[in-house]
Write a protein that binds this ligand. Structure first.
Ligand code: FUL
Length: 470
């Protein structure tokens, strides 16, 4: 009998667990889903510019300028880990063409520098440090190369692919490959016609799990600005037919919001530097963003359903500067305090959207479980807290493995004069962090006003955080 009952229990569990839901296309790949879960990771701009005080080197710099005195990639990875970042994307090659590894395709590399008598390899050092600290690594390989003599000729495409091959086959797995759209002139005064299709096919042949970033994907899109902010309305979908990288890309506003009925799943990544510049400049030591500013950027990137790529440039010693490290740790502390205690854990939940027995899936803290509404419009979900609480933050997640659906929602809180609307939102997607003025309440009503199909939510959480809105 006992076994029978537990069998019934598990059968009904799996029924609610696997509510039959028709996916809304397009869907993310499993690599994209894994990328969404990363939320926040670091960018590291490092190279000759660090030593010449430039943002864009011209490729004519003497390689011996690259000479960090105390390089410590383990410190980068350790601080990244302590800050809660899930990985580091390194400028293996920036526009100056200087390779941070001893590439056979170039004579402008660490090998030609005085650093470690030309025997150093920053890519290798960082790959080992990331592995040791349990975070992942990605590479930015600038297609624009202001040093390579072949730039501007068809052969440069072969050179680019050969350099990619060295990186993608020599240093273990990377999680992301980063391409910007810059296409300026090379040392011969010529512009290159990049063979991006061949670049892409080759990269995926060597590392099929890679997600590739550029302004139009194929896997991850630029969010259209370098301020680290994504629009409140953010579809993970984009139409790319007829568009090109760089100048031929869709308007930045479209990149920021995505296309509601876009044909491809290409979510937004928000890149920004912790300082005004991408590379280290001593004169910017007092311009490092504060932990509070970083948190506000997190709310406007991850909190609008995208990922947050935060650049932290090592200084001339080859270490993160103390000011940057302190800001990163402060940022972590604010996040921890803001999301310390989910006040919905023991809430009573009801809805007009059916499937009452599965509603607890919304607060069960399991990433694979979800609740699907039976109605396309005006689903209301009410959460009754065990006692009156002060709250100012609600975090909602859609089950994006089944497609992105919700286009309009509201949050109301029960006060002395009945329900009061505290937040009007549009899309949810991977995550929406809704922040509003402090409010004492015992009941929260979430209304999914409109959606492309019956909404499917992964979770709803509520918090009190002593932080204001931007
Ligand atoms: C841009 C580059 O031109 C900047 O120098 C920087 O690397 C930024 C992240 O991407 O395309």
């Amino acid at each position: 009998m006992k076994y029978f009952l537990s069998a019934v229990f598990f059968f009904s569990l799996s029924l609610t667990y696997t509510q039959k839901v028709k996916p809304v296309l397009p869907l993310p790949t499993k690599e994209q889903l894994a990328w969404h879960e990363k939320e926040f990771y670091l960018f590291v701009h490092f190279g000759p510019n660090t030593f010449t005080d430039k943002e864009w080197g011209d490729g004519k710099e003497d390689p011996s300028v690259f000479n960090p005195t105390h390089i410590d990639c383990d410190q980068w990875a350790r601080i990244a880990k302590q800050a809660g970042a899930k990985g580091i994307i390194l400028t293996a090659k920036h526009h100056d063409g200087f390779c941070l590894w001893p590439s056979k395709q170039s004579t402008h590399t660490v090998r030609e520098s005085k650093w470690m008598d030309g025997k150093g390899d920053v890519v290798k050092m960082l790959a080992e440090a990331c592995k040791k600290n349990g975070i992942e690594m990605g590479v930015y390989i600038s297609p624009w190369d202001r040093n390579h003599p072949k730039y501007g000729t068809p052969e440069y495409n072969d050179v680019y692919i050969a350099s990619m091959k060295e990186l993608l086959t020599g240093y273990g797995k990377f999680f992301e490959l980063w391409w910007d759209g810059a296409n300026g002139e090379g040392p011969n005064g010529k512009k290159q016609v990049y063979d991006f299709n061949r670049f892409q096919d080759s990269a995926l042949k060597w590392q099929p799990q890679l997600v590739i970033f550029s302004d139009i994907g194929p896997h991850i899109r630029w969010c259209g600005n370098e301020n680290g902010t994504i629009s409140n309305t953010n579809w993970n979908l984009l139409d790319t037919a007829g568009f090109k990288r760089g100048h031929g890309a869709p308007p930045t506003d479209t990149l920021n919001r995505g296309n509601v009925n876009g044909r491809n799943w290409i979510p937004a990544e928000a890149d920004v530097s912790i300082r005004p510049g991408w590379f280290y400049h001593a004169k910017e030591d007092d311009k490092v963003k504060s932990p509070e500013t970083l948190f506000q950027l997190y709310l406007r990137s991850v909190g609008n359903g995208g990922n947050f790529l935060l650049n932290v440039p090592p200084d001339r010693t080859g270490r993160f500067n103390a000011a940057d490290s302190a800001a990163l740790i402060g940022f972590r502390k604010i996040r921890e305090a803001a999301f310390a205690k989910d006040l919905l854990t023991n809430a009573k939940i009801s809805s007009n959207g059916g499937n009452a027995s599965a509603l607890s899936r919304l607060t069960d803290n399991h990433v694979e479980t979800y609740w699907a509404s039976s109605r396309k419009e005006n689903t209301t979900i009410e959460f009754e807290l065990p006692k009156t609480e002060t709250i100012n933050t609600v975090v909602i997640e859609e089950m994006i493995s089944l497609g992105q659906r919700v286009s309009d929602f509201t949050i109301e809180l029960l006060g002395d004069r009945g329900y009061e609307k505290v937040f009007t939102g549009t899309t949810i997607g991977r995550k929406k962090i809704a922040v509003f003025p402090l409010f004492r309440t015992k009941k929260i009503r979430l209304t999914l006003v409109n959606a492309k199909a019956e909404p499917v939510l992964r979770s709803v959480k509520a918090y009190f955080s002593a932080r204001g809105t931007m």
